[in-house]
Design a protein around this ligand. Structure first.
Ligand SMILES: Cc1cc2nc3c(=O)[nH]c(=O)nc-3n(C[C@H](O)[C@H](O)[C@H](O)COP(=O)(O)OP(=O)(O)OC[C@H]3O[C@@H](n4cnc5c(N)ncnc54)[C@H](O)[C@@H]3O)c2cc1C
Length: 466
């Protein structure tokens, strides 16, 4: 039987880059090594742009899909991960260089007893500027994406000049999530709040009432995250609240490490074993301690925990994958869950990782999937096989499920994988044209353009005849 055609690229599993620059997942070749320019200071970025080098695509740790990162063929790929570290700090703010990893941001803040007023993503290997440019987010309706904690940003613009933009600047909503198309972010000032300790209750519940449960978990708790295993009709749910004085004391007494309660539950073990069996068949990875397996085995024998927001929620294991994440308005979440369930029962699609459910409050960023509305994100993951291929069933699942969510007004995560043909950006994002106008003003010569942004901002609606 001919293999099913799907839109996702294979991974390069060789260790030899052979003069090429790849993205982190090694599923996209971005440019020949000769096109890569690494800057370590704002002055270098400024001098490069002032020299009119042609088109420039800026990258951080290259964890996004290839299309977001790849420069126009033969043009410059600018790596700014050398611009890193804390630049200045006050009581309730801190300024970091754009290439600083989120891990370094969180570590520096923790040293001073502070945290961001936005919960983290599952990993912290991203650069700060990269996380902002794609709308990176965690969970909790009382907060939104990391970009919503920004007080000001400093950019090197297309002509090499440097400009600071404060939160009250009329263009700020564009700059908070700029898709690398407005300028090179060299410094970011973030609002900080006192670090807190949370207790996260972990549970297992039936998926039969997920429609109402997922809304209630998010409305009733400061932060919630859930993993839906449709095959077993089970949901693993985490709900977090501020820890009590006694729990804080216990955490302190343990040297500030995550406290795991001794009472453990095996309620998810069967569903996890079923997912692991699919994963084993799909990835053909034999090492049961391999990274993809660890991302689900951690749900076995679970217990409640107490720790800071990073210890509790930043539990991801960065594993090469195709990850589709679509935000839908929270008010439509119940309808989407019901339709997903019906679709699952009808077609019995293949998935080897549970569906991830995270909600955030409204984002100010004009192109954020949660712009202007409480949003429930549905995340779908398919891991690569050892040989760099992707299971055809897993890929087909991603293609079909995205269509279903797009039909519900879903907005895809910019840094992950999505089919641009499914979306009419102008009707999805009420401020899309304003973003395009800011881009016209900041980059009239399209220095930061690549094939993806060129198509995204094309004047004719997506999908219309050329
Ligand atoms: C394993 C894994 C887990 C993830 N978990 C989450 C999660 O929990 N939540 C979530 O929301 N997302 C998550 N993501 C998505 C991730 O946060 C984004 O892909 C993020 O953009 C990666 O940061 P980066 O530094 O690698 O940026 P890159 O991928 O290098 O760049 C992303 C974009 O930022 C632009 N850019 C980079 N640096 C600059 C700069 N200095 N100035 C201007 N533009 C710039 C680039 O042009 C590009 O458009 C995850 C991704 C992976 C691979």
């Amino acid at each position: 039987m001919a293999p099913v055609r799907h839109p996702f690229p294979r991974r390069d599993v060789t260790t030899d880059d052979a003069g090429r620059v790849l993205n982190w997942a090694r599923n996209a070749e971005l440019a020949p090594a000769g096109s890569l320019v690494s800057a370590t200071s704002e002055a270098e970025v400024s001098a490069l742009l002032a020299s009119r080098p042609g088109r420039v695509r800026v990258v951080g740790n290259r964890m996004s899909s290839g299309r977001l990162l790849a420069p126009v063929a033969g043009e410059v790929l600018l790596d700014v991960v050398g611009l890193r570290g804390l630049l200045a700090r006050g009581d309730d703010w801190a300024t970091f260089a754009g290439g600083t990893t989120m891990q370094e941001v969180y570590d520096v803040l923790a040293e001073h007893g502070r945290e961001l007023p936005a919960s983290p993503g599952v990993i912290a290997e991203q650069t700060l500027a990269g996380a902002l440019a794609t709308g990176t987010h965690g969970q909790g309706l009382q907060q939104s994406s990391i970009g919503d904690t920004v007080l000001s940003m400093r950019l090197v613009l297309a002509d090499g000049t440097v400009e600071d933009f404060d939160a009250d600047h009329p263009w700020f909503g564009a700059l908070q999530l700029g898709l690398g198309s407005l300028g090179v972010v060299t410094a970011v000032t973030l609002r900080t709040v006192p670090g807190r300790i949370l207790t996260c209750a972990k549970g297992a519940s039936s998926a039969a009432t997920l429609e109402s449960d997922v809304v209630a978990w998010n409305r009733d708790h400061e932060m919630s995250k859930a993993w839906w295993f449709p095959e077993d009709e089970r949901v693993h749910v985490w709900t977090a609240r501020e820890a009590t004085g006694a729990e804080v004391e216990e955490h302190r007494a343990g040297g500030g490490q995550l406290v795991e309660r001794t009472e453990r539950s095996t309620a998810m073990n069967e569903a996890v074993d079923a997912a692991l069996a699919h994963m084993r068949a799909d990835t053909r990875i034999v090492d049961s301690q391999g990274k993809p397996f660890r991302t689900v085995t951690r749900f076995k024998d679970f217990s409640d925990v107490t720790g800071d927001v990073y210890q509790v929620f930043m539990r991801g294991i960065a594993t090469p994958q195709i990850n589709v994440e679509i935000g839908v308005p929270l008010e439509r979440a119940a309808a989407v869950v019901a339709e997903l369930r019906a679709w699952y029962e009808r077609t019995n699609p293949h998935l080897h990782y549970p569906i991830i459910l995270r909600a955030t409050g409204p984002s100010r960023a004009w192109l954020s999937p949660s712009h202007g509305q409480d949003t429930l994100y549905f995340g779908f993951v398919v891991y690569y096989a050892e040989d760099g291929s992707l299971s055809a069933e897993g890929a087909e699942f991603l293609v079909e499920v995205e269509k279903l969510l797009a039909a519900h007004g879903g907005r895809p995560h910019w840094g992950k994988y999505f089919d641009p043909d499914l979306y009419d950006w102008r009707s999805l994002y009420p401020r899309f044209e304003e973003f395009a106008a800011v881009r016209d003003a900041l980059d009239p010569e399209r220095v930061f353009l690549n094939a993806f942004t060129d198509r995204l901002f094309a004047r004719s609606p997506v999908g219309a005849a050329a």
